[in-house]
Design a protein around this ligand. Structure first.
Ligand SMILES: [Zn+2]
Length: 278
């Protein structure tokens, strides 16, 4: 789990009634690109149509081969949802998800016709998808359990080949780990991520992520104990010794997420922007 794998086929049939299209937006943050999923055969649900890229929108509509009735999004980050409102205008499909929270890096063009709550279901003749609210990476993040396969479509909650950014204040590490544990307890057969390939060993993958985060939290605690009263920026080199200096900006966001979790656990305190271990 260090670095994304090779580029992926643009269109893959994962099983009857579930197809994957990869949006042409590869990058360090998106890996091979954003995965868009199509459910159904005679009536189609589209999950995470991605950013507005005309050739991807055309690929979704030509691949569908049947009316697109529903458009779902896992969350409203710019690589997942902006094409949803465009596709809805073109197809008349119903937009389904949780609205964008206020803040940076949110797609406010996403205005759901149907606002999801945890446990809500989308039922068609060909599939049932059940929403699981999984805050952490984003406060409005939803995973979708596909009943017949026992697969969970994880958006950016779990991705293949890399760890996700937890960027406060919308990103929350404590919620993230709680949502991961809840996902693990479901006993699903596979995790189907928003970036990268299907993960066929869900429990092992989730355990690795939780262990990795808690190991990093241990380093944050050790750094705080050795260097009290530092700002997150000054703490970064003590915690992320293994990280390239070019990535210190991202590391600082992640560090802040750990510090806020420790504060929520009543293990750390912030005073005038400086952090101490309790
Ligand atoms: Zn995201």
């Amino acid at each position: 789990m260090s670095g994304f794998g090779p580029s992926m086929e643009p269109l893959t049939a994962l099983r009857p009634g579930i197809r994957r299209l990869v949006a042409p937006n590869p990058s360090m943050m998106t890996g091979p690109g954003t995965n868009t999923y199509l459910f159904g055969i005679e009536e189609i649900a589209v999950l995470d149509p991605g950013p507005v890229i005309n050739r991807h929108l055309e690929a979704i509509q030509s691949t569908a081969g049947a009316p697109i009735r529903w458009i779902l999004v896992t969350h409203t980050h710019p690589d997942h949802s902006p094409a949803a409102s465009v596709l809805a205008q073109e197809t008349g499909a119903e937009l389904i998800g949780m609205p964008a929270p206020v803040g940076a890096h949110q797609d406010e063009s996403f205005q759901p016709d149907r606002v999801l709550a945890d446990g809500d279901q989308l039922v068609s003749d060909a599939f049932t998808l059940r929403a699981m609210h999984t805050p952490g990476h984003a406060s409005n993040h939803v995973c979708f359990h596909h009943e017949a396969s026992n697969w969970v479509f994880t958006g950016d909650h779990v991705i293949d080949g890399s760890t996700v950014v937890i960027n406060p204040p919308d990103g929350n590490m404590k919620h993230y780990i709680e949502s991961l544990r809840r996902l693990r307890s479901m006993g699903c057969a596979a995790l189907v991520p928003g970036h990268g390939e299907v993960i066929h060993d869900p429990e092992r993958a989730i355990d690795w992520i939780v262990e990795h985060r808690l190991e990093r939290e241990g380093r944050v605690v050790a750094a705080l104990q050795a260097n009290p009263n530092l700002t997150p920026r000054d703490l970064v080199p003590h915690v992320y010794k293994d990280v390239d200096k070019k990535l210190y900006g991202l590391a600082e966001r992640s560090l802040l997420a750990h510090l806020i979790k420790l504060e929520e656990d009543e293990s750390a305190r912030c005073s005038a922007g400086r952090w101490s271990f309790l």
